[in-house]
Design a protein around this ligand. Structure first.
Ligand SMILES: Nc1ncnc2c1ncn2[C@@H]1O[C@H](COP(=O)(O)OP(=O)(O)OP(=O)(O)O)[C@@H](O)[C@H]1O
Length: 419
């Protein structure tokens, strides 16, 4: 299983230019996260900071207990071995064929024999659908194939964290959709922690488990996909709809009065409806992260926005609803923010392993409504150590204590300006 990446209070500037400040988020183990944001908001700078290529002035990036912002060079070298990175253009050596490009990290960083190198390279080329193209030069293949070769090279050292910097750049919509499928399939096969930086709205809507957005030098929000994809924040709605009218301008954010005038003239856009998350391709193992995520998100459900709660509950099968102790009201509709927990404790049994439970929103089962139960702890179906109930929305902030015992905010649903 991939490792968790904990980012805490990270700030980065270049001279007088603040790129972003006080960024805190956790990339959950083995899950797919997407980082959105208008051009120039520092997404690539963020990726480089995660691998220690850039040094933020403040904050921590903790991976396997090591803060890579302050650790020694030798510790940083060790932590970097956990990463695979897909750069925008694949970053292949133009004079080497694909086989040698993909073999390069193995020959540089391991003592594998040539026959072992061959086995690994062919295995990874097969995973990305490039078998048969071993002898091609990067200049002889399409942009999509170059990206897949870049992914194969990122995979050869069996990384636990994989970063994708705009995997859709330069790809047509069909190739982008195919690449998105590849990302989901690779996540199922590796169970590594994925972070994707993208501008592609379809990618954001169909691939990740979690989404964040950088905007106005802040992490506007980060959390389960349902939070951002149902958000009515003006910048998020503008971004998801790809509209010119809204607070995001050409270079900087626009004046409030200009935004108001634009929205009054053109009408406010609404949040596009949720799309189902992509399923893995037939014949591949299910993503182990789906089950872990469900357990994690259901544990913090009450801290999320009402619309996100509703979407998350709609994605559960009736069996899962019962297992987690929720049931739908008789109307079949979800009350705003009142995800109802069944008064009956969920049975202690192995959870079902549905084929791909979160793929299609399921129609709400028609059951009698349960009265709102007293809030009480309930064993999780997928226990992973001590987990705590989250505070109820609004705010959605995840209180923790810092070393001075003061409450500290991290993670989900954090909005600009909220303390
Ligand atoms: N090494 C550097 N030195 C100085 N400024 C830099 C450096 N790297 C990035 N920047 C600046 O940081 C800002 C954010 O750049 P970055 O490439 O991270 O944005 P981005 O969100 O990835 O943009 P895009 O979506 O267009 O790729 C830009 O203003 C850029 O000029």
């Amino acid at each position: 299983m991939g490792v968790e990446v904990v980012v805490d209070g990270l700030s980065k500037s270049f001279g007088a230019q603040t790129i972003w400040r006080d960024v805190s988020l956790t990339l959950p183990s083995g899950e797919i996260s997407v980082l959105l944001g208008p051009s120039g908001t520092g997404k690539s700078v963020f990726l480089k900071s995660l691998v220690g290529l850039l040094k933020p002035e403040q904050g921590k990036v903790v991976i396997n207990g090591t803060d890579i912002c302050t650790c020694s060079e030798s510790d940083l070298y060790e932590v970097r071995k956990l990463f695979g990175v897909l750069f925008q253009d694949g970053a292949l050596f133009g004079s080497m064929n694909l086989f040698d490009n993909i073999a390069f990290p193995l020959r540089e960083h391991t003592r594998k024999s040539e026959s072992e190198v061959r086995d690994v390279v062919l295995e990874k080329m097969e995973m990305v659908g490039l078998i048969g193209a071993e002898d091609k030069l990067p200049g002889e293949i399409s942009g999509g194939m170059r990206k897949r070769a870049g992914v194969a090279r990122a995979l050869v050292l069996d990384p636990e964290i994989i970063l994708f910097d705009e995997p859709d750049s330069g790809l047509d919509p069909v190739r982008t959709a195919l690449f998105n499928q590849l990302i989901v399939d690779l996540n199922a096969q590796t169970d590594a922690t994925f972070l994707i930086v993208t501008h592609d709205i379809n990618t954001a809507r169909t691939v990740p488990d979690n989404i964040g957005m950088l905007y106005r030098r802040n992490l506007e929000m980060f959390g389960p996909r349902e939070v951002l994809l149902t958000s009515d924040e003006k910048a998020v709605v503008q971004f998801l709809n790809g509209r010119p009218d809204g607070p995001i301008g050409m270079t900087e954010e626009k004046d409030t009065a200009v935004v108001e005038a634009e929205l009054a003239r053109n009408g406010e856009a609404s949040v596009p409806p949720m799309m189902p998350q992509l399923d893995v391709s037939p014949g591949l193992p299910q993503r182990a992260a789906v089950r872990r995520r469900k357990d994690r998100v259901l544990n913090q459900l009450r801290s999320l926005s009402p619309t996100a709660q509703e979407e998350i509950l709609k994605s559960l099968t009736p069996e899962e609803l019962a297992l987690y102790g929720y049931q739908t009201p008789a109307t079949g509709g979800w009350p705003q923010g009142a995800s109802q927990r069944s008064p009956q404790p969920a049975p202690q049994q192995q959870p079902p392993r549905p084929a791909q439970p979160s793929q299609q929103p399921r129609s709400a089962p028609q059951q009698p409504a349960a009265p709102p139960p007293p809030q009480q702890g309930k064993p999780t179906p997928y226990p992973r150590g001590q987990q705590q109930e989250e505070p109820a929305w609004p705010g959605g902030l995840r209180p923790e204590e810092d070393s001075a015992g003061e409450p500290k905010k991290r993670w989900f649903g954090r909005k600009r300006g909220e303390q």
